[in-house]
Design a protein around this ligand. Structure first.
Ligand SMILES: [Zn+2]
Length: 274
């Protein structure tokens, strides 16, 4: 990355308002820059070049950008949005802020934790004290709910649970809201997703993320029902995938005979993802 213009005012007080950004970017770029804060959270930085000026729209989280991010933004605009060190630095910082702000003030999501057979909120509370007593500090545990019902298409894989760091929420596949899905297994899925929330980290300098890294695997192996849950998963993977494809909760007695994969698909690896 090239050095920034000496005139770049890096001693501005935080938070940076629109005028402060305009002064900073205009000086660094030697061009007229107009900055507006917008509400968009998906596009943190939007850029439009006009003949006489550069128009920049920023999400409010850029108000707390430290000097090195101020420089990186100028550098990125100067490089015409080229991928490179400046963009990586911006991406990492923004990624970390988005995760942090979701954690501190989760968006109000219409999540339904109470199912017909399993109450995910109750499972989360059960795990809170036993497994995560020292993980979340002052932060709340993520909101949790059942994912949307609908037919799953894949014969080969099924996502039973997910944690989204940017909405700070956990979803569990409705195929598990069934009397045939044992409570300990649903609880294990909830544990796994909460562990993602507890250990969540932004990508490293190279943009890489290890979702199930060594620390994650070590904690997971210590979980009280780990072996039992894996054994149950292995035994019922066909039935889970078949029930999800039928768009209903798990049914073991009926699903079992039909759930055998067709001959030509026996060689395919079937996987549950979470
Ligand atoms: Zn996972």
């Amino acid at each position: 990355m090239t050095k920034l213009d000496e005139s770049s005012p890096q001693r501005l007080p935080r938070p940076l308002d629109e005028q402060a950004w305009e002064a900073s970017l205009s000086a660094a770029l030697g061009a007229r820059v107009e900055v507006r804060y917008g509400r968009a959270t998906r596009e943190v930085i939007q850029l439009r070049r006009e003949p006489q000026r550069i128009v920049v729209r920023l999400s409010g989280l850029m108000a707390s950008a430290p000097p090195e991010i101020e420089s990186a933004l100028a550098e990125w605009i100067r490089g015409r949005g080229r991928r490179g060190a400046a963009q990586r630095e911006l991406d990492r910082w923004i990624d970390a802020r988005l995760r942090e702000s979701a954690r501190v003030s989760p968006t109000k999501l219409a999540l339904e934790p109470e199912g017909e057979h399993h109450d995910l909120g109750e499972l989360r509370e059960h795990l809170r004290a036993r497994e995560f007593a020292s993980d979340f500090g002052a932060a709340a545990l993520p909101p949790i709910g059942w994912g949307r019902a609908g037919r799953s298409r894949s014969r080969r894989s099924l996502r039973l649970g997910s944690f989204d760091p940017f909405s700070y929420s956990v979803r569990v596949h409705p195929v598990l809201d069934s009397a045939d899905a044992p409570r300990f297994f649903v609880r294990y899925i909830v544990f796994h997703e909460l562990l993602h929330a507890a250990l969540d980290q932004p990508p490293d300098e190279n943009g890489r993320r290890r979702v199930h890294g060594p620390a994650f695997r070590a904690r997971e192996r210590q979980y009280v029902d780990y072996e039992r849950a894996l054994a149950w998963e292995k035994e019922h993977i066909h039935a889970l995938i078949a029930s999800a494809r039928a768009g209903r909760g798990l049914r073991l007695a009926q699903a079992r005979p039909a759930a055998r994969p067709p001959k030509d698909e026996r060689g395919w690896l079937q996987r549950l993802l979470f």
